[in-house]
Design a protein around this ligand. Structure first.
Ligand code: NDP
Length: 449
């Protein structure tokens, strides 16, 4: 076996410290704790949303009654859940492969490769949702609340399957890699957690696109639609609360926008930089269904109607945040696609031409936009991302913390991500990035941080 040419060794948050204790915490202890804590947490959140004595509150976890309930309701993987997951995964893989769509070449990797993607996400989104609704309300093959009915088993199945799949990815990256875009540190915990390959493929399918986009984001959309349907099924009058309506409408709108902008996602850190291991793969397969859906999960059994003007105001806040986040993402993409020949907020863009070298020794150039959204702060687009998460949590009211867990988690994730991205871009562009930081000194919130 030949060891991979490690173009990018322990980058990301493991980088930047020579202190061996900090290195150990960041590359071994921290990842190990996350691998041990996040799977049970994903399940416990569901139990807290669903069973007594929790009633949506985390506080009973401090009591023995709480832990007895956790033990009594602990879900296990089941064949029916595995069937649902497998059918969904295969169906999405077939849509990805067979639906027509433009081929899209992603950004150049550190070894000089260009991964390829198929842009047919919007068509896949429509077919998936129409089929789901058709099978439920049209053909009556199953009830629309089916995902809620099996959610415990589905989560248990996803948690276990994703852990095993990450192990497979580790060995695949080690012994049967798709390309030279991989690295092994020799520390199994780090390599399992962070992943080995950057763009693994299997049977010709780009695994990151299939898993992150078509399985996870598409699944999130279907899951919350099913949760809304379950609330209707449970209500004797078949009523859908406007709190659930606003929450789910914002999530679905956000996910629809995601597929609208799928090519932009291929220029995000998840794809360009993060290797495909536990952090990303387990995250999208198990953590997204468990945690990103939390507010909708919480609302299924707690229907409450807001005053309509308040519901409308929350929706407008969320929709505005979706637009702002999209506008920022699209602005940077547009400026690069036109080599700066497009206007930014009605003016010619202010730019830095930043050069970088790939592992094959070739020099390339990228544009760094320093005006528009990207002139406010270097990651201003995280502000609307967090505002949106807050907007779809607000309909749950203020009785419990759980519906806001995602907002807190996302804020921590994005603050860490902004620093990671700065480190990575500094390493990639050197003086050009320093010039960007001089022109745009704020990381996320202008004047604050
Ligand atoms: P970004 O959109 O922040 O992209 C970062 C990359 O863009 C950099 O690595 C650099 O890449 C390039 N770049 C940085 N500054 C500039 C500039 N001034 N002009 C042009 N290009 C620049 O990536 P993220 O992955 O963080 O975010 C993508 C989207 O996903 C965002 O909308 C974000 O809000 C969302 N998101 C959502 C999360 C969730 O869990 N809900 C988590 C993370 C992100 P290059 O090497 O090409 O120069």
């Amino acid at each position: 076996m030949t060891e991979p040419t490690s173009v990018e060794k322990l980058t990301t948050w493991a980088a930047g410290s020579e202190n061996p204790v900090v290195q150990f915490v960041r590359t071994t202890l921290g990842p190990l704790l996350l691998i041990l804590i996040t799977p049970p947490a994903a399940i416990i959140f569901w139990i807290v949303c669903t069973f007594e004595p929790f009633n949506g509150s985390l506080a009973p976890l401090l009591t023995s009654a709480g832990w007895s309930s956790v033990a009594a309701h602990w879900p296990w993987p089941s064949t029916s859940a595995a069937g649902i997951v497998l059918i969904f995964a295969v169906f999405e893989a077939l849509l990805l492969q067979w639906l027509p769509g433009k081929n899209y070449e992603g950004p150049i990797t550190p070894t000089g490769n260009r991964p390829r993607y198929k842009l047919n996400g919007i068509a896949a989104w429509f077919i998936t949702h129409v089929l789901f609704l058709g099978c439920t309300f049209g053909l009556h093959l199953f009830k629309a609340g089916i995902v809620w009915d099996h959610f415990g088993e589905i989560l248990a199945t996803l948690v276990l399957f994703a852990m095993l799949f990450c192990l497979f990815l580790y060995f695949k990256g080690r012994y049967w890699p798709t390309s030279e875009d991989r690295s092994l540190s020799g520390n199994f915990i780090w390599d399992y957690y962070w992943g080995v390959e950057l763009h693994p493929t299997l049977l010709g399918i780009n695994l990151k696109q299939l898993t992150n986009c078509r399985f996870s984001m598409m699944g999130w959309s279907v899951i919350v639609c099913s949760f809304a349907a379950k609330q209707v099924e449970l209500d004797p009058g078949g009523h859908l609360s406007n709190s659930m309506l606003v929450c789910v409408a914002l999530m679905v709108l956000y996910l629809f926008r995601f597929f609208w902008w799928e090519s932009g996602y291929f220029t995000s850190l998840d794809i360009m930089h993060d290797r495909f291991g536990y952090y990303i793969c387990w995250g999208v397969v198990a953590w997204v269904p468990a945690v990103y859906t939390l507010t909708a999960q919480y609302l299924v059994l707690r229907p409450s109607d807001l005053a309509w003007p308040l519901a409308a105001a929350i929706f407008v806040l969320g929709a505005g945040a979706i637009y702002m986040n999209y506008a920022a993402d699209a602005q940077r993409q547009r400026v690069r696609a036109t080599d700066g020949a497009s206007s930014v907020w009605g003016r010619p863009p202010e730019l830095i031409r930043a050069s970088y070298v790939t592992a094959d020794g070739r020099q390339h150039e990228n544009l760094l936009l320093t005006s528009g959204w990207w002139g406010l702060a270097r990651h201003f687009h995280y502000v609307p991302e967090i505002t949106l998460a807050l907007a779809w949590s607000l309909p749950a009211g203020f009785n419990h913390f759980l519906p806001y867990f995602y907002v807190v988690y996302l804020t921590i994730l994005l603050v860490d991500r902004a620093s990671r991205d700065d480190r990575r871009c500094h390493k990639k562009y050197g003086a050009a990035w320093e010039e960007y930081c001089r022109r745009v000194p704020w990381k996320i919130i202008p004047g604050v941080y």
